[in-house]
Design a protein around this ligand. Sequence first.
Ligand code: SF4
Ligand code: SF4
Length: 178
Amino acid sequence: MSIKETVKIFGYGIKEAASKRSTYPYPDKPLPIQKRSRGMLSLDLENCIGCELCFKICPSDAIRMQKLDSKEAGFHTNARSEAPSIDFNKCIFCGLCSEICPPKVLHHTHKYDISTDNRVELIYTPFQLKDAYEKLVKPFESEYDIIKFQKAGTPPASTSKPLETDNTDGKKEKGPGV
Ligand code: SF4
Ligand code: SF4
C-alpha cells in the first residue's frame, strides 16, 4: 500500500470518527413513533358488546372469544358474557379488528416493544387488554397524541399480569370451528 493510500484511509477513519453517530440510543431513548402507527391493541372492555366481529375478521387467527365473569370483571359484562383475547404471537397488526368493531372499543396503542422470551406472555386476556387501554389510551385526549405518550413513557410489560390459564382451553373460549 502506498503512502498516499495509507494517508487517505487514515483520513477517512478520522472523518468517520468525528461525524455524528448514526445509531440510536434505544431503549434509553424511545424511538419516535409515527402518527397513526398500529402498535399493540388495547380494549375498552366495559363497552365491548361481545359481537364476535373482531374474532371473525381476524386473518391470522389471533383472536379468541373468552368467557367473562361479572364478579371477576367488577362490572356488568355484555349480554354474551364474552370478549376477545388476543395472541400477539399471531397478530400482524393489520387493524381490521379495530376497524370493524361497531362500538370502536379496540384501540391500537403506540406500544411496540412487546417482545418477550415467553410466548404465553404475548397472549393477552380481555382484562390485560383493558389494562393496556386504561394505561395507554384512556389518559390521553387522542390515541394519536404522540407527544403526551412519549412524555409518559412506555409502561413496562409487567403492568399486565401474565396469563395464568391456558387460553386454548376449549371449555372457556371459542376458537375456529367451535
Ligand atoms: S390487528 Fe389484525 S391480526 Fe391483529 S388481532 Fe386485529 S385483525 Fe387480527
Ligand atoms: S371488541 Fe368490538 S368487535 Fe370485538 S367483540 Fe367486542 S364489540 Fe365486538
